[in-house]
Structures are given as structure tokens and as C-alpha cells.
Design a protein around this ligand. Structure first.
Ligand SMILES: Cc1ncc(COP(=O)(O)O)c(C=O)c1O
Length: 521
């Protein structure tokens, strides 16, 4: 099925933060399989664990105790400050569990139809419920809201007042589901105090605070979990992605009363938390802790943010660089979706472009400072290339100026055009200034200047040390020529008017053109 719009590339091998395609070309992986391979590819400890557990015990059902699942659950609770864990297979499934918890929580309070507050621009997955909780991103193509499940109220992200207003008017709300940093939504970071504010509101109204840390969790932002930046404890946290470093696994963690809502039968999963995935995830956590990768993400992230800000400062098409830890985004002013393919082709760099204009960067936590600098340099090249692409190509320049492409080439060859020197794909690009020059040429030509005169005029115009008196002389010649044209046109017009006037008798000859002119005079 064509669920994905894939790039024409296949990777066959990975080592650390590098990938190789089937032609053995090396790439820097700055997206980590969209925030999954925090420990890079083929991490020796993870590979050894996979081999050992695969040859010991891959799977048993949840009908019996699973040692590694219990171990993982406890470790996750230690790190997060939560009480209980449900281990599943993916991010959307973890969010499904959270949403079910909210429903059970509401029904226990006697609310007939419990509502969950979700955010504009949110992304929580692609199942029916998580699709409904997500904002109207492109992944919904073909599905209308009415086709999906109801029970969500959407408010703007980072807007505490919008939630307080809702709280004052409704008594059917039971929870807030929010990503601390909107990843798919364009790396939008929580404003200082936002998560704390959400915690207070949830305390005040007895709602569950449910944080989707599928992308932000497991050290990505420079803390084990993004909410730790604001020193709060949520009621529910969902995880996946980096938890298994590539082995599919997800988790829904809960605290307090939320941790006791599931009873046997209310949720389950055949694969969820099997010995294999649970042991790999447990070892992933140990490697992150022993290699101090959470602290490293904080340090490298700050360094990368500053480097990108410095490199990209003043480039016209850049809106802003933002992010936390190693979860960064470069927002451009206009859509540049093709940058993903260009990054691979020109820079041998794997990145992702989300919301059409945000370059999303999720490098692995094991990357060196040198690699982070290389990624920043490659991103700068890409952005400069995109800037060049936002200029005009020769066809567009011809259309905008009314000069043929052949003549544009001629003017370029005689040095009359400053076509953008920084070309991206080998083609010359034409700036606004070039278009002005070309339009100037066209108007001059229309006014009867010879190519030689125009060339002279332009050279002088573009000469920074041009003698102003000479330019003035030429400019007045221009104006003079224009005046003469207008005067002759006026003359023709009055002659035609006379002619029309003469023809207004009975002996008037048939002359539809003159009639038309008379109407329009
Ligand atoms: C914040 C967030 N939540 C949920 C999901 C869905 O996770 P999965 O693709 O594992 O179902 C994603 C995936 O990108 C995500 O970024």
C-alpha cells in the first residue's frame, strides 16, 4: 500500500551515527529514524543483548509473569517518578492506553461523555483515537473528523488562559493530553511555566495531566523526560521511539489514582512487553545512564542551537532556530519540502522536514561535538542552497521581465546581470535586482534605445563610481524619448477624433474600427 511517500534511497547498513546506502555511500544520520536510534546504529551492547535474548527467549504471552517486563516497568517508574507501567508496542498504542485511562477516570466520576483537552498542531499517532486527538495534519488525508472518534476539545498550544476559560464553563473535562515539545508539529517548545501551569490547572479541577513524551522522552531534550525541565510530575506519561533504540516498544506510565485504573481485561497486547523487547529496552536505559547521554544531549543540544543560530543569522529565508537538547528545528519562511531529498543528495545528510518548512534535527545522543558541528555546517549549506532556489530560474526571469531567455543569456554573458553566484543545482539563478535590470532593458528597448545604448546605460547604472552627471544626461534622454512618444500618441489620437467627428453625417461610411475608437476615446 502507498502509505508513505518514500525517498528513492535504501539504507543497507548503519554504525553509530552513520548510515550507508545500497551503493555504499555514507550519510550522517541527523534524524535517528525519527528520534528512535538515540544510541546510534549497531551499538555493541544493544547488538549483543539482542543476540543473547533472541537465542534465549523471544516471546511468551502475557498469560504468565515476564521478568524483563517487570524489570523495565520498575526502572521506568524510578526514572520518571511514576507508580505503574503498561508496556505496549508503539507510540500510538501508548497514547491509546492513556486515552482509555482518561475515559475510565471520567466514567468513575459519573461523567457520561468525558472530554480530553488536546492542542492545535498536535500529533499523537494514526490510530482512530490518536488521529482524532491529533491536529489536522496532512496524515488525515481522506478522513474527516466526523469519521473519527469524538471526545476532544482543541485549544492553542502554550495558551493557559484558553484552558482556564474552558475549565470555567465545562464540567465534562477529565484530562489534558499534550506533547511538551510538538515534534511533528514543527518543534514547538513549551514556554517557560507552561507545563507547571498545566499541572496547577489539573490539580485545581481534578483532571489528569497526560504528557505524550513519545518523541521527547528517554533523554532527547537533555532530561530523561521533558517535564523534568519544569520540575513537575504528570499523572500519565507515554513513551515509545527511543525506548527500544529500534526494537518496537512503547509504554504508558501512570501515577496515583491513574495508575490503578486498568483492571484485567481493560487493555492488553499480544506482543506488548515480551521478554525480547523488554530486555532490550532495559539495557537501552542502562546504556544511556552509564554513558551519561542525558547530560550529553543537554550539552550538545545547547552547542548545536548556538552554532545554528550563529551560522544562519541574517539568511533571509530563515525564520528562527528553536528546540531543546538534541531536538531542534530550523524554521524557514516558506515551504521547502524538497530539502529532505537535497540533504541526502548534496550533503549526504539524513534530516526530515516537518510542516513543510521546519527542518527537524534529532541526531543520536552518542554523536561527537565534531559531528554536531558538521551537521550544522551541512544544514547551513542546505539553507543557503534553498535561499538560492528561492531566486528566479531563467524561465521565470524571462516571464517576469518580458525579455527572451536567449537575450537574458546574452546580457548575462556581457556582464550586465549579477545572476546569483551561489547556485545550488548547477543552474544560474536570477535575483530581484536582475529582474529589475531586465525590465529596465525591456522598457528602454521599447522606447527605442539600441542594444548598444542600453548596454552603456546599464554599465553606468551598475557602476558604483558612475559619474552622476552622465547618468542624469542619459536619464533625461530617456524621459525626452518617452515624452516624444506620448506627444505623437496624443497627436494621432486628436487626428482620429477629427476623423470620427467628420464621419458623423448621413453619408457616414461603414467603419466599425472608427466607431470603436469613438466609443473608447
Ligand atoms: C509525539 C508523538 N506521539 C505519538 C507518535 C506515534 O508513535 P508511533 O508512530 O510509534 O505510533 C509519534 C510519532 O511520530 C509522536 O511523535
Amino acid at each position: 500500500m502507498q502509505a508513505y511517500q518514500r525517498l528513492p534511497i535504501t539504507f543497507s547498513r548503519g554504525q553509530g551515527d552513520r548510515l550507508w546506502d545500497t551503493n555504499n555511500i555514507e550519510y550522517i544520520d541527523a534524524i535517528s529514524g525519527i528520534g528512535v536510534t538515540n544510541l546510534g546504529h549497531s551499538h555493541p551492547v544493544i547488538s549483543a543483548t539482542i543476540i543473547d535474548q533472541a537465542s534465549t527467549l523471544l516471546h511468551t504471552s502475557n498469560l504468565s509473569e515476564i521478568h524483563w517486563q517487570a524489570f523495565l516497568g520498575e526502572r521506568l517508574c524510578d526514572l520518571s517518578g511514576m507508580d505503574n507501567a503498561f508496556i505496549c508496542n508503539s507510540g500510538c498504542e501508548a497514547n491509546e492506553v492513556a486515552l482509555k485511562l482518561a475515559r475510565v477516570y471520567g466514567s468513575k466520576k459519573g461523567i457520561a461523555k468525558p472530554m480530553v483537552i488536546v492542542m492545535e498542531n498536535a500529533f499523537h499517532g494514526r490510530t482512530f483515537a490518536t488521529n482524532s486527538a491529533s491536529s489536522n495534519l496532512s496524515n488525515k488525508t481522506g478522513f474527516e473528523y466526523e469519521d473519527l472518534i469524538s471526545g476532544f476539545i482543541r485549544v492553542p498550544f502554550n495558551d493557559l488562559d484558553a484552558i482556564r476559560t474552558l475549565a470555567d464553563h465545562r464540567n465534562d473535562i477529565v484530562a489534558i493530553l499534550v506533547e511538551p515539545i510538538q515534534g511533528e508539529g514543527g518543534i514547538r517548545v513549551f514556554e517557560p511555566g507552561y507545563l507547571k501551569g498545566l499541572r496547577t490547572i489539573c490539580n485545581d479541577f481534578d483532571w489528569l495531566l497526560m504528557l505524550d513524551e513519545v518523541q521527547t522522552g528517554i533523554g532527547r531534550t537533555g532530561k530523561w523526560f521533558a517535564y523534568q525541565h519544569e520540575n513537575i510530575i504528570p499523572d500519565v506519561v507515554t513513551l515509545a521511539k527511543a525506548l527500544g533504540n529500534g526494537v518496537p516498544i512503547g509504554a504508558c506510565l501512570a501515577k496515583g489514582s491513574a495508575a490503578k485504573l486498568l483492571i484485567p481485561g481493560s487493555y492488553g497486547s499480544t506482543f506488548g512487553g515480551n521478554p525480547f523487547a523488554s530486555r532490550v529496552a532495559s539495557v537501552v536505559l542502562e546504556v544511556i545512564a552509564s554513558e551519561r547521554l542525558v547530560q550529553k544531549a543537554e550539552h550538545l543540544g545547547t552547542h548545536m542551537l548556538k552554532t545554528l543560530e550563529r551560522n544562519l543569522e541574517g539568511i533571509d529565508i530563515v525564520n528562527r532556530v528553536r528546540g531543546l537538547g538534541l531536538m531542534l528545528g530550523v524554521e524557514l519562511k516558506t515551504p521547502h519540502k524538497s530539502l529532505m531529498a537535497l540533504a541526502l543528495e548534496k550533503e549526504r545528510l539524513c534530516v526530515n522536514v516537518t510542516r513543510e518548512k521546519v527542518i527537524r534535527l534529532l541526531p543520536s545522543l552518542i554523536s561527537s561535538e565534531h559531528t554536531i558541528d558538521t551537521i550544522a555546517t551541512k544544514i547551513t549549506n542546505l539553507v543557503l542552497g534553498a535561499h538560492a532556489m528561492s531566486l528566479f530560474n531563467i524561465g521565470q526571469a524571462a516571464k517576469a521581465s518580458g525579455i527572451s531567455t536567449k537575450m537574458i543569456r546574452h546580457y548575462e554573458s556581457v556582464g550586465l546581470l549579477a545572476a546569483a553566484s551561489r547556485t545550488f543545482s548547477g543552474y544560474r539563478q536570477y535575483s530581484e535586482k536582475d529582474i529589475h535590470t531586465l525590465s529596465f532593458i525591456r522598457h528602454s528597448r521599447d522606447l527605442g534605445f539600441s542594444i548598444k545604448q542600453i548596454e552603456e546605460l546599464l554599465r553606468m547604472w551598475q557602476d558604483p563610481h558612475r559619474p552622476s552627471s552622465k547618468v542624469k544626461e542619459l536619464a533625461s534622454a530617456h524621459v525626452e524619448a518617452l515624452n516624444q512618444k506620448i506627444q505623437s500618441l496624443m497627436l494621432i489620437k486628436s487626428e482620429l477624433q477629427k476623423l470620427v467627428h467628420c464621419c458623423h453625417g448621413d453619408d457616414r461610411p461603414e467603419c466599425p474600427i472608427l466607431d470603436q475608437l469613438a466609443l473608447n476615446q
